[in-house]
Every structure is written in C-alpha cells, then in structure tokens.
Design a protein around this ligand. Structure first.
Ligand code: HEM
Length: 558
C-alpha cells in the first residue's frame, strides 16, 4: 500500500491511472482559480478509457462536492495552525497538485529539505503526516502505539473486494489482537520459527534443484518456494512439485488482483468512497463488476483450502498446521473459525510477495556486484566446505553472508512506505498538533538511505555491517513499527538468509550474455506497495560439477 493508495482510499483524488495502459491523469500545477477542483476532476475522468456520459460526470461531481464539503465540515473546529509544515496546497483539494503518482518515497524524502522531517499534507480534508526520520517513527508508532495502530479504510480492496477481514486491514480491535496471537504462535519469535527450519531447508533445496534445471525461470522458482513454505505452515499443504499447483495458481491470481485493487489511482472509488453505492449496471461502474469477480476468487482462495483441512482433521489425516491446530479444539466457536481462516489467508498474502521481492533483489545485487559475491562464497567455502550445503545452524558462523543479506534488505526496502497507520485520538508531538484520523506514513526508504545512519547510502556495500563499528541493522526499520510491525519478520529473516547462503554456495550468478553481448540489468525497481526489481536476465551456473549430486543427496536425506 503506498501513500497514494491510502490517499485514494481515504477519499482523495490524486490522479487516475488506468489498468490497461498506466496512463496517468495530468494534473496541472498552479491553476490559480477555485475552478481547479472541477478541472482536476474532469482531467481525471478524461483519462479513463471508458469515460462515462456527461450525466454520470455531473452525478459524480456532485458526489465529490458533497464528500469534500462533508470532510471540511468535520474538520472545521480543529486547530490547524500547529499542524506539521508541508506544501501549502489549495483550498478544498489541499495538496492534490503536489502529490507524486509513483515512487512517492523519493518525493517525500526530498520534501524534508524544505519542510523538515515531520511533514503534513491534506487531500480533500484528509490529513496525512509523513515521517522522514526514524526517531519520530519510534516515538509515535512504537511508543504511542495505543493511538497510532489503526489502519485507514481501503474502499476498493478492503470493502468491495473483501480483504477487510485480513489482519493487515483490520482496525486496532480485540479481533485484530487475537489474529496477531495466531501469528505469534506460528512465527512470533526466532525460537518459534526454529520449528520451521526443516521445512525452510527442504523447500530451499527443492528451489536449488529447480534452478539447476531451468535457471531462466528463477523468479517463478522463488515464488513457488515462498508459497510452498507458507502453505505448509498455514494449511499443512504440500505444493505439487511438477507442473502447476491448482491452489498456488489461484492464490497467485488472487494476489495479482489484490495488487491491481491497491494500485495507486487505479480506482476512483478509492478517491470517492461514496461511489461504492453505485450499482454495477451504472455507466462507469466497471469497478463494481471487477470487485465482484475478484471477491469470488478471494472467497474461493479463503474457503477451499480451509475446507480441505477441515475434512482432513475430521478424517484424522491432517498434517499439523496453523489451521489444523485450531480446528482440533473441540470448543471452537464460529467466530474463532472465521478468524483463523482469514489469519491463515493473511499469512499467505503477507508473506508470499514480500519474501519473493527480497530474494529476487538478492539475485539482482549478485548480478551487479560480483566482488561481494566472491567474498561471500569464500566465507561459505571456508566455513561449510564443499562436501555439503549450508543450513540455518551455520548462520552464526557466516557473518559475511549475514551482512550481505542485511545490505539487500537495506538497499531496496521491500515496502518503501510500509503500510500506513492511522491515529485514533488527537495528539501533540514536537509542538505539532496531529488530529484524530490522521494517516501516518513512515518513510522506511528514507530511514534506510539516511546518510547519517548509512554513509554513502546509494552504494551497495555489505562491509558497512562488519567490523568494530557496524552500521545499524536495517531490520530495525524494514519490517515497520509498533503493534503493526511485520508479524512474519522472523520467518522472512530465516528464509531470505538461507536462500542467499544456499544459492551462493551452489551457484555463480553473473550478467547474461546473448550472442556475445553482455546484457546489463537496469537495476530498476517497480513502484507500488511492494517494490520488486524490474525483470532482468542473469546467468546462474553451478559452481562445480558436484552441485547436482550434492542437492540430490541432501534432498534424499530429508
Ligand atoms: C522480507 C520480507 C518482509 C518484509 C520486508 C515485510 C515488511 C512489512 C512491513 C514494512 C509491514 C508494515 C508494518 C507496519 O504497519 O508498520 C508488514 C506488515 C505485515 N507483514 Fe510483512 N514483511 C515481510 C515478510 C512477511 C511474511 C513472511 C509474512 C507472513 C508470513 C508477513 C506478514 C505481514 C502481515 C500480516 C502484516 C500486517 C501486520 C498488521 O497489520 O498488523 N510479512 N510487513
């Protein structure tokens, strides 16, 4: 979820990006009259291929006007003099014209040069506070967690598609706390995750075998591995080794639809939540039809594997998993059943794409920086030797691989802006007034590229974490804050580390060469909620002829 997602879902139009061509609404800077609200609205609409009729526009504009009026009326008594500084914005629409539509973290970081580290913007009356310094994030999101642990509403994805019952979108309620308890039992600490070490090692070795067979499909192999680890933990489900696994493919489809539903600016209903009441037959209400279809797929993904586990539990054939553990309780209430079903789905949704991004980033970094790869391989050869592959119990003896993994997590944060928090009560901080209902964004990218904490931050350099004066552990930032901190962090940490160690011990990664020409990866990343390296080509070759037999031998032993 990016800033723009939240902006939109909170009733803000920043500009509409169509699904088909990524065309973005042109927002004209510096329009000096009060007619700009209408201008922006018209511009937004003409960028939609299925532009609705004029009548529809009138209806929608009236809705916008009403909504804006409602927000201003609600905010009219709030003191605004002391809110944190930020771009001045315009009456009614606020900072619509200032907002970036992609790579928001970069623009927000730059704003600090002018506005300081605590910045405030408004969009149609909704206030946002951007935190560009990690100390402020700790002071507010950690230390004042009771107030700063809500989530803003997300109309398209949460309300219409139906993700609202997932842990990530829940408000800070008792239900939420119960859901987080299920996470704690399954993966809440390093020790808990130790229970899954065998599984992580097995799936990583299967990953190596797939890499050996079809290295060009590296991205797909990472996906399969990440999905297989989580599905075994949540549902006791073994992913099919050959061909397509029906559950993984529906889960991937649903996650892809989730990504579309949360694409910044993709759906006007996020800008104008009131539109959710428009019937699906109404001109321009394609979002309702899409939401209905996506909801159907999501329901299938939530229900079908759950029912499978229920049947296995009844028959006594279930493999121990998060769900089976709960279903075996004879006093289970329907409320608990509903919660565990959604919590397990959240584990998959939260864990699959994020871990994939981190491991794919590692492959990109190794393609671009062979010198660091050699250093890590030297350490692996010295510590583990060449007669076996590394395991998680080697971890404490592999400080260089550890440093390399930290640098991968720092260099490109998986979620640049984390997931937005929201305040429940009015607050004051550093002399500023932060009203109830403010959306608070921690700019994780800015923390991980702060040159006071990480000198020369744009340089990929694992050495920064070694020696007598190591720089700060990026895991302090990259997993977010307070009561909403990533509950999968220990699982992710173990999975990503082992993928780095095993891959480097078995393979050499280098730039691909086609027809004698070396292909340079662009090194670019996608914008959006979860940032992935843009697809790139690389060469992945076994380091020695023994690698294949080593992998088969170890897989045979598992
Ligand atoms: C490298 C991998 C990962 C990274 C960098 C990452 C990062 C994050 C971040 C930044 C947040 C937002 C925290 C906040 O609101 O302050 C988050 C939330 C979350 N993550 Fe992760 N994550 C990763 C892997 C995982 C895994 C493996 C799982 C589950 C198995 C998971 C499940 C979740 C869930 C459920 C939330 C929402 C928590 C809530 O709303 O209370 N993540 N993650």
């Amino acid at each position: 979820m990016t800033f723009a997602d939240v902006a939109h879902s909170s009733g803000i139009a920043i500009g509409v990006r169509t699904q088909s061509d990524n065309r973005q609404a042109v927002v004209v800077k510096g329009v000096p009259s009060y007619g700009y609200a209408y201008s922006v609205f018209i511009i937004v609409f003409v960028s939609i291929p299925m532009a609705p009729s004029l009548l529809t526009l009138d209806v929608l504009f009236a809705a916008l006007a009403l909504y804006t009026f409602y927000r201003f009326w609600g905010n009219r008594n709030r003191p605004s003099a002391n809110v944190p500084p930020g771009p001045s914005g315009l009456p009614f629409v606020g900072n619509v014209l200032d907002m970036p539509t992609s790579y928001e973290h970069l623009t927000f970081a730059k704003w600090s040069e002018r506005w300081g580290n605590i910045i405030s913007v408004t969009l149609f009356g909704q206030r946002f506070v951007l935190l560009n310094d990690p100390d402020d994030a700790t002071a507010l999101l950690d230390k004042r967690g009771t107030n700063y642990s809500d989530r803003p509403p997300f109309t398209m994805s949460a309300e219409l598609v139906g993700w609202k019952d997932s842990t990530t979108f829940m408000s800070y309620t008792e239900q939420f706390k119960k859901s987080r308890r299920y996470f704690s039992h399954a993966m809440g600490s390093k020790n808990t995750v130790k229970r899954h070490h065998g599984l992580i090692e097995l799936e990583n070795r299967k990953f190596l075998r797939r890499l050996l067979e079809t290295p060009e499909d590296v991205h797909e192999h990472i996906r399969k591995m990440a999905g297989a680890i989580i599905l075994m933990i949540t549902h006791g489900y073994t992913v099919k080794e050959e061909g397509t696994d029906s559950f993984v493919s529906i889960a991937d489809k649903v996650l892809d639809e989730f990504a579309q539903a949360t694409t910044p600016g993709a759906f006007l209903v996020d800008a104008l939540p009131i539109l959710r009441y428009i019937p699906s037959w109404f001109p321009g209400a394609r979002f309702q039809r899409l939401a209905a279809e996506w909801r159907k797929n999501l329901t299938y993904m939530v229900e079908t594997p759950f029912e499978l586990v229920r049947k296995q539990v009844q028959e006594g054939t279930a493999i121990p998993s998060v769900i089976s553990g709960v279903l075996e309780d004879e006093n289970l209430t329907s409320e608990q059943e509903y919660l565990i079903k959604w919590t397990a789905t959240t584990m998959y949704a939260g864990g699959a794409d994020t871990t994939v991004s981190a491991i794919y980033s590692f492959f990109l970094a190794m393609t671009l920086h062979p010198e660091w790869q050699r250093k890590a391989q030297k350490e692996l050869d010295e510590v583990v030797g060449v007669d076996r592959l590394p395991t998680l119990s080697d971890r404490e003896n592999l400080p260089y691989v550890e440093a390399l993994m930290k640098e991968v997590l720092r260099f490109n944060p998986v979620a640049n802006l984390g997931v937005p928090h929201c305040t429940r009560e009015d607050d004051t901080y550093a002399g500023y007034y932060i009203p109830k209902g403010t959306v608070v964004i921690a700019n994780l990218w800015a923390y991980l590229h702060n040159s006071d904490i990480y000198p020369d931050p744009l340089n990929f350099n694992p050495d920064r974490f070694l020696g007598s004066n190591p720089q700060r552990d990026p895991r302090d930032f990259t997993f977010g804050y307070g009561r909403r901190i990533c509950p999968g962090l220990h699982l992710a940490d173990a999975s990503v580390f082992l993928s780095c160690a095993l891959t480097l011990s078995a393979f050499d990664i280098s730039k691909a060469v086609e027809n004698g020409i070396t292909i340079e990866p662009s090194g670019e990343y996608t914008s959006g909620t979860i940032s992935h390296p843009k697809d790139f080509k690389c060469s992945i070759r076994p380091r020695t002829p023994r690698v294949a037999s080593l992998i088969s031998m170890e897989l045979g032993q598992k």
